[in-house]
Design a protein around this ligand. Structure first.
Ligand SMILES: NC(=O)c1ccc[n+]([C@@H]2O[C@H](COP(=O)([O-])OP(=O)(O)OC[C@H]3O[C@@H](n4cnc5c(N)ncnc54)[C@H](O)[C@@H]3O)[C@@H](O)[C@H]2O)c1
Length: 367
């Protein structure tokens, strides 16, 4: 067998445990080191994860200097994604950075530049991209079957879901930058725009609020909550496409609505809060056949599923395995930072527009 890949973990909090669980399941991979700025946290993490021989650090640069790593998982809170990813890339290490890519657009640009300069790849951890039905939706949309797509809308949202139970990393701007825009909004934007190959965003007009995070019954640390828990935006995309984004950590509703793509020849709707008891699938396709309105459900193809190496529910295995395979081959990135740059441009635009209370232009700096 080829030598095992040596992987490091940056930020040994909650999601790092998930990364390590999958790395441990791969015969050709070993997690050899980890760093966390909280003293003793990396050491305790490795003991808990059954990896007492992994080297632990309290400083990322020191870890990168001392260890011969092939790749790292960047699992810090949002505002540390850019500095930690850039440090790893500059040290000559491939990077799997958790979502969202960064807080600001400029940080994302700097990450991509660091990747290009070092020749090491940067991939972003959007595991829903490996979801079986989502991949089928992407295929239908990119086949051109819907005609010209002119309107896209994101759905979803949580009724009660401010992530604050045992940590403040998502609800305090010093660590997170933004709130639900970065945490859930990034997924919504990726789901909607990856399917249409990420057209260039031009302008954003957003509004945001924080009515729930300041209340004890909805948030564990209301006193330090200073980010948004609801946001909505109208984004103009190149090619005359209107994109409406809605996202909420808490609300008095079950959902903010369905996700949909409207085209001149057909439309697709992903039903939010889908229940298997009532419908054959969560994905509906609308078109006209012979002048008749025709509605259908897009179903998982059972025969195809049986032949897939990675099952539809196993999106995490796909995410972690694809990263390791790319590290072994030296690239390309499974979900390249370059592509997610447009995602980040929209999140950055939403944040700025909501703060300024007006529409903002999106200018993507040259790389
Ligand atoms: N893909 C997914 O499904 C998924 C799920 C949950 C979280 N996430 C993302 O993972 C990231 C981490 O989330 P979490 O829930 O694990 O947060 P967490 O607060 O539990 O862990 C973050 C850790 O990073 C450490 N850290 C911060 N700055 C650091 C630095 N400069 N160097 C080293 N360590 C540093 C913190 O001390 C903390 O231990 C977030 O960006 C989040 O959006 C992704």
């Amino acid at each position: 067998m080829e030598r095992k890949l040596k992987i490091g973990i940056i930020g040994t909090g909650n999601i790092a445990g998930h990364h390590v669980k999958y790395y441990k399941g791969f015969d050709d991979v070993e997690v050899t080191a980890g760093a966390d700025i909280v003293p003793g946290k990396a050491r305790q993490f490795f003991e808990r994860m059954g990896l007492p021989n992994a080297h632990s650090y309290e400083n990322v640069e020191e870890m990168l200097r001392n260890e011969q790593l092939d790749g790292v998982s960047v699992c810090t809170y949002h505002r540390a994604h850019a500095p930690c990813s850039i440090a790893a890339l500059e040290a000559g290490v491939h990077v799997l950075c958790e979502k969202p890519m960064s807080f600001t657009l400029q940080e994302a640009v700097d990450m991509v530049k660091a990747s290009r300069k070092s020749g090491k790849f940067l991939t972003i951890g959007y595991q829903p991209r490996y979801d079986y039905l989502r991949q089928r939706v992407d295929e239908i949309i990119s086949s051109g079957q819907l005609g010209k797509i002119y309107y896209i809308e994101s759905g979803g949202g949580r009724r009660r879901g401010i992530p604050s139970k045992d940590r403040d990393s998502y609800i305090n701007s010093e660590k997170a930058g933004y709130g639900v825009i970065g945490d859930n909004g990034c997924y919504s934007v990726d789901e909607c725009l990856h399917a249409v190959k990420y057209p260039r965003p031009l302008t954003v007009s957003a509004a945001a609020s924080s009515h729930f995070g300041k209340r004890k019954q909805h948030c564990h640390y209301p006193d330090i909550f200073d980010v948004e828990d609801f946001a909505t935006a109208l984004v103009r995309l190149e090619g005359d496409i209107t994109f409406v984004v809605k996202t909420a950590w808490a609300m008095h509703s079950d959902t903010m609505g369905n996700t949909m793509w409207l085209g001149t020849e057909g439309g697709i709707k992903i039903i939010s809060g889908f229940s298997h008891a009532n419908l054959p699938s969560s994905v509906m396709y609308f078109t006209d056949v012979n002048g008749q309105h025709t509605d259908s459900f897009i179903l998982p193809n059972v025969n195809q599923l049986a032949h897939e190496k990675i099952g539809p529910a196993d999106i995490w295995t796909a995410k972690m395995r694809n990263f390791c395979d790319a590290v072994r081959k030296g690239g390309p990135a499974p979900i390249p930072g370059e592509e997610v740059l447009y995602n980040q441009a929209i999140l950055d635009g939403m944040y700025r527009s909501a703060k300024l209370n007006r529409e903002v232009e999106i200018v993507i700096p040259d790389l």
